[in-house]
Design a protein around this ligand. Structure first.
Ligand code: PMV
Length: 366
């Protein structure tokens, strides 16, 4: 008997326009649209293998080698239910010889090659890899935009609807490059999906430098933090109505035109507003620490001097629900930024992360 098995992987994405707030906590529908960059290097990825077999007594999940409980009605079950429905409707109901994978239990093993739940978007890559792995197992994801696409194939946007049920930001990791998650307006959530704004090759000289300030688990989870913000922050309402819609249009235009100055200005402002909204929550939430704030000062000063000398910005910083910084910069400035960060924050010997210059084949970029 053949073993049904599929392995896929998905990278982390880092938001430039932040998602923070749910209008529906079960379907994970956001209060605003968001936009991110999917990382293209191999250092921050989740890889997931799923297996289906009629002999499996129950559905089981392992994360980084440790078995996890599967909560009844929880996120994994919701994703799985949708994928089983797709498998049944698109394949098994049409081809009666197709094995009834949708009726079998599955085993899922997922591995992150970076610290889990440390504000490094592990839930995004995790649920994206899980969704695409089960979609592959169920033969749903051989999507090609050409006319030869299989009738059963699900497009990345369709799969993003499933990944969203696991973790909102995961829907954006189904695509590479620059990705928008359109908030949508339907109560069913069928229009709350991810779309690609531009592929990575459109702007290959844009780099994201991840500064791991602390890789311990974060204090306030995004789920409980968002709920508290939605319930208590007046600033969030202003952000949703008056700020994000204009920023989405402006950053999409900046990406299409490869206009780094505008991209950097919006990214930085949106990170700062997200953390202001966290502070405007009762009780307040603090995700950044003193090191995070020092990184902000260094980049702000660098940009101030660069603006005076060249009229252009050098870098943008952004922070998710944790103290770690992501610095966006163009290739020509990567060396300068890495040297600057290392000058102020020399790497500890026990640092589990690769030497930053390794990313450029062991050489310092020119
Ligand atoms: O998808 P979640 O629940 O992990 O929330 C992610 C929230 C932020 O990372 C702070 C912002 C974002 O848009 O990714």
């Amino acid at each position: 008997m053949a073993i049904y098995q599929a392995t896929t992987s998905a990278p982390v994405n880092i938001a430039c326009i932040k998602y923070w707030g749910k209008r529906d906590t079960t379907l994970i529908l956001p209060t605003n649209s968001s936009l991110s960059v999917t990382l293209s290097q191999d250092h921050l990825r989740s890889t997931t293998t799923s297996q289906a077999d009629p002999s499996f007594k129950e559905t089981r999940l392992w994360l980084n080698g440790k078995e996890e409980d599967i909560k009844s009605g929880g996120r994994l079950e919701r994703c799985l239910k949708e994928l089983k429905k797709m498998r049944k409707e698109r394949i098994e109901d049409k081809d009666h010889n197709a094995p009834k994978l949708s009726e079998w239990n599955i085993h899922v093993a997922s591995y992150n090659n970076f610290p889990t739940a440390a504000g490094l978007a592990s839930s995004a890559s995790g649920f994206a890899a899980l969704t695409s792995s089960i979609a592959a197992l169920y033969d749903l994801n051989n999507f090609s935009p050409s006319s030869s696409a299989k009738p059963s194939a699900a497009s990345p946007s369709e799969l993003s609807l499933v990944a969203r049920l696991g973790s909102g930001s995961a829907c954006r990791s189904l695509f590479g490059g620059f990705v928008a998650w359109e908030a949508g307006s339907l109560p069913s959530g069928t229009d709350s999906l991810a779309v690609q704004v531009a592929p990575q090759e459109h702007w290959p000289t844009l780099h994201a430098l991840i500064c791991v300030v602390n890789d311990a688990k974060k204090g306030t989870s995004s789920t409980s933090g968002m709920q508290r913000t939605v319930e208590t922050s007046a600033l969030l309402q202003h952000r949703i109505k008056e700020v994000v819609p204009q920023r989405m249009d402006a950053i999409i235009k900046a990406i299409k035109e490869k206009d780094f100055d505008t991209f950097a200005k919006i990214t930085t402002a949106d990170s700062n507003q997200f953390h202001a909204v966290a502070l405007d929550t009762a009780p307040p939430i603090f995700y950044m620490n003193d090191v995070s704030r020092s990184i902000i000062s260094i980049i702000e000063e660098l940009n101030r001097v660069s603006l005076l000398n060249t009229g252009h910005l050098v870098a943008a910083y952004t922070f998710d629900a944790g103290p770690n910084a992501v610095i966006y910069t163009e290739e020509k400035n990567v060396k300068q930024i890495i040297e600057l960060v290392l000058r102020y924050f020399p790497q500890a010997e026990s640092n589990p992360f690769p030497d930053p210059f390794q990313l450029f084949g062991g050489k310092q970029p020119a």
